[in-house]
Design a protein around this ligand. Structure first.
Ligand SMILES: *[C@@H]1O[C@H](CO)[C@@H](O)[C@H](O)[C@H]1NC(C)=O
Ligand SMILES: *[C@@H]1O[C@H](CO)[C@@H](O)[C@H](O)[C@H]1NC(C)=O
Ligand SMILES: *[C@@H]1O[C@H](CO)[C@@H](O)[C@H](O)[C@H]1NC(C)=O
Ligand SMILES: *[C@@H]1O[C@H](CO)[C@@H](O)[C@H](O)[C@H]1NC(C)=O
Ligand SMILES: *[C@@H]1O[C@H](CO)[C@@H](O)[C@H](O)[C@H]1NC(C)=O
Ligand SMILES: *[C@@H]1O[C@H](CO)[C@@H](O)[C@H](O)[C@H]1NC(C)=O
Ligand SMILES: *[C@@H]1O[C@H](CO)[C@@H](O)[C@H](O)[C@H]1NC(C)=O
Ligand SMILES: *[C@@H]1O[C@H](CO)[C@@H](O)[C@H](O)[C@H]1NC(C)=O
Length: 437
């Protein structure tokens, strides 16, 4: 735990040092406004700490004041405030950089032993592996599958404008939809839609992209396929029709409207068939830096070689999806270590004092290695990583690259974040000001 903390604080320092180089009055306003932001998550506490750091660094910078800059002082209404600026207000939603929440609203998944066993079998684990180590594997599974601890209303208030919702049908009723990530959760889709509706009721000038798709995992899913029609029914039931935007608004200036585009539905939304082009397979890598390198290639190459060639939005996902080989290798290594630790605990008959000491020493060493592997955040060599932790790592590296590489900075549109927090959100929003003003 100690090593996790120090690693993160170093990264935070690096992140903030980078940020302080480009402090503008708008950013200062942003930062000042953050004190008023309410959040139920830990990231808020982190933010306050970060905010203090930033105040210290901004104080030594002399600030020029640009009367044309928008007074963005509130992340909850950042777009409403940006619209009052002539240049930003004339942009279309597809031109802006938007912070997004990956697998929004999914804070836990249901325990399904049957499915877990099926998935472990598909990964090549035999029944003795599964029985010996089932509990730990399940813990890791939960950490890997649940990306965003931030509840949806909190993320919206902190500036999220792209909402990724993955859903699947109840095993007994395919039209009853729940959030899902390979394993079903018991969070009903309607809960998220109601939260979106409330947000738009309170902030009708904000613009959201709500991307709803059927959840799919090659190793198997607990829920049934969610149909386009079932998803559309939910949207109609729980979102006020006046908030649902037609596709024509994609090319209108943002200052002229507010509401939500409901897209996705596996590319068959009956509301807005906006095409969102992904950073093709960029996240399929074992280390944060590999993901960042992939994204850099994707964004600075103009991404024209990737399908589809016509699209409305470009989306970058800076989190990590470790390769199948690494996942199985890690689980095998953990299993192997646990077995060794178990056998080290057996005291052989007539063991000498000397041998007993050696055995205990070996056990201690094995346990140390075991906790290093278990504490996966400390090493990007060891994946499946604690997903929130590794997402944090790749978000920080990604944002640093965005700041340094202008070819990338100019291409960043939707950034779908696994560990959504105020700092990440703020950095993405700021790109609009850096690029256009
Ligand atoms: C930001 O705006 C929301 C409403 O959109 C409001 O509830 C909140 O108080 C505002 N925060 C600050 C610091 O002004
Ligand atoms: C658990 O997953 C299996 C699929 O592997 C599915 O058939 C079953 O209905 C699920 N159970 C629950 C309670 O969701
Ligand atoms: C299960 O797999 C492990 C690791 O490959 C192996 O050591 C063990 O002998 C296997 N057990 C059975 C019952 O096949
Ligand atoms: C299935 O779920 C839908 C949506 O919640 C509900 O309207 C319907 O009554 C359910 N059907 C049954 C047979 O329970
Ligand atoms: C939908 O929103 C409009 C405009 O805010 C409001 O007048 C209307 O009452 C709402 N309808 C429902 C069913 O909530
Ligand atoms: C897409 O939607 C249309 C009309 O809503 C429907 O006829 C079609 O079957 C859907 N396709 C898929 C793949 O769901
Ligand atoms: C990208 O991922 C898809 C599915 O995950 C796979 O079929 C495809 O081969 C991958 N493409 C590349 C270039 O790796
Ligand atoms: C698993 O252990 C082997 C042997 O020590 C090592 O080469 C490999 O890198 C480990 N795998 C992972 C993912 O750490």
């Amino acid at each position: 735990m100690l090593r996790q903390t120090s690693m993160l604080s170093i990264l935070m320092m690096v992140g903030f040092a980078g940020l302080s180089q480009a402090v503008s009055p708008i950013e200062t306003n942003f930062l000042r406004s953050l004190v008023g932001v309410q959040s139920e998550s830990d990231s808020f506490r982190e933010l306050h700490e970060g905010h203090r750091d930033l105040q210290t660094t901004t104080r030594v910078t002399s600030l020029s004041t640009d009367p044309d800059a928008p007074q963005i002082t509130n992340l909850t209404q950042w777009m409403t405030q940006a619209k009052t600026n002539a240049i930003l207000g004339a942009k279309t939603i597809t031109q802006l950089s938007l912070p997004g929440v990956n697998r929004a609203g999914l804070n836990f998944i249901n325990n399904n032993q049957t499915l877990l066993k099926t998935q472990l079998t598909a990964m090549g684990f035999n029944s003795s592996d599964q029985n010996q180590f089932g509990r730990l594997i399940q813990e890791i599974y939960h950490e890997v599958l649940v990306g965003n601890p931030q509840p949806l209303p909190g993320a919206l208030r902190l500036g999220a404008r792209y909402i990724d919702l993955r859903v699947a049908g109840d095993p007994k009723n395919a039209t009853k939809l729940f959030l899902s990530n390979s394993h079903l959760s018991s969070i009903p889709l309607e809960q998220c839609l109601k939260e979106i509706n409330v947000f738009l009721l309170e902030n009708p000038s904000e613009i959201l992209i709500v991307d709803i798709n059927h959840d799919y995992n090659s190793l198997g899913n607990a829920g049934q396929q969610a149909s386009t029609a079932a998803i559309a029914n939910y949207v109609k039931l729980y979102v006020n029709a006046t908030f649902i935007l037609p596709i024509s608004k994609l090319s209108a200036p943002i200052s002229s409207y507010g509401g939500a585009f409901f897209t996705g539905f596996d590319f068959n939304s009956s509301f807005t068939n906006a095409v969102i082009k992904h950073s093709v397979n960029a996240t399929a890598a074992d280390s944060p830096i590999a993901v960042v390198n992939n994204l850099q290639t994707f964004l600075s190459s103009g991404y024209s070689t990737y399908q589809p060639t016509t699209y409305d939005f470009i989306k970058s996902d800076p989190y990590i999806t470790s390769t199948f080989t690494t996942i199985t290798s890690t689980l095998r290594n953990i299993t192997g270590l646990a077995n060794q630790i178990e056998s080290c605990k057996q005291k052989p008959r007539g063991e000498t004092r000397d041998n007993e000491n050696k055995r205990n020493k070996l056990r201690e060493n094995l346990e140390k290695r075991y906790s290093t592997i278990r504490d996966v955040l400390v090493s990007d060599q060891v994946v499946p990583a604690f997903r929130v932790g590794s997402a944090q790592l790749s978000n920080v590296l990604f944002l640093d690259m965005v700041r340094r590489v202008s070819a990338v900075q100019n291409q960043v549109r939707i950034v779908s974040i696994d560990d959504f927090n105020v700092r990440n959100s703020l950095e993405i929003i700021q790109l609009n000001i850096l690029r256009f003003l």
